[in-house]
Write a protein of this length. Sequence first.
Length: 229
Amino acid sequence: MEAARGGAWFIALEGPDGAGKSSVAELLVTRLLAAGHAATLTREPGGTRLGEQVRGILLDTANVARAPETDALLFNAARSQLVREVIRPALARGELVVCDRFADSTLAYQGYGSGVDLGMLRDVESWATGGLRPDLVILLDVPVAVGLARRGRGDPGSLTRFEDEARHDAAFHDRVRRGYLELAAADPGRWRVMNADGPRDEVANDVAEAALAFLVASEPNNDLTRIHP
Ligand code: TYD
């Protein structure tokens, strides 16, 4: 497939726990680079020094009693820094940015999963990001039982607070998954829902094909007002 050259496009990978996003994100960037795109890979929570420190607070299993509103603010604090320090500068250099989770994770987890008001979350998000949104959101969708079983294969000692926490049970993950599907259904032009219940290589290939098809269909993106609103 012929790849479009140039274009400061922002692609986010989203999905429930155990969907395999992180390895798919790495393979996606490898494919984009091979197709001749300058591409930057980053992740949430994290991606900057401050963001990785906030990640440490967020994922610390000792912090069990924290309110979901507090989580939402911490995720957005890390996001605000990531947008200003990494994502916007990369877009301004004309690079593609692939982010392993972005603001829709907060809507899915703290909003749909934990019941924080979605309108409030969108307001905080828009302040934190300065209005920057991904041009393409690829949702790796897996049934909850499959995602949780995949996740459980890891070392139990390496579980993060989010994975360990009792209130993040199967019903919580079901709300998160349904939330993602609702967000995708409401904005089909920007979202692609991929079935991630298959071998990792096949899923990664499907994701790369979807991203490359999006780039081929899109004009090179030189709209700097979008990058510097
Ligand atoms: P991460 O380490 O990216 O886990 P995964 O390998 O599942 O992608 O993210 C850690 C957890 O943080 C994950 O359970 C999802 C959660 N999370 C939120 O609850 N809200 C958010 O805004 C983000 C970015 C992540």
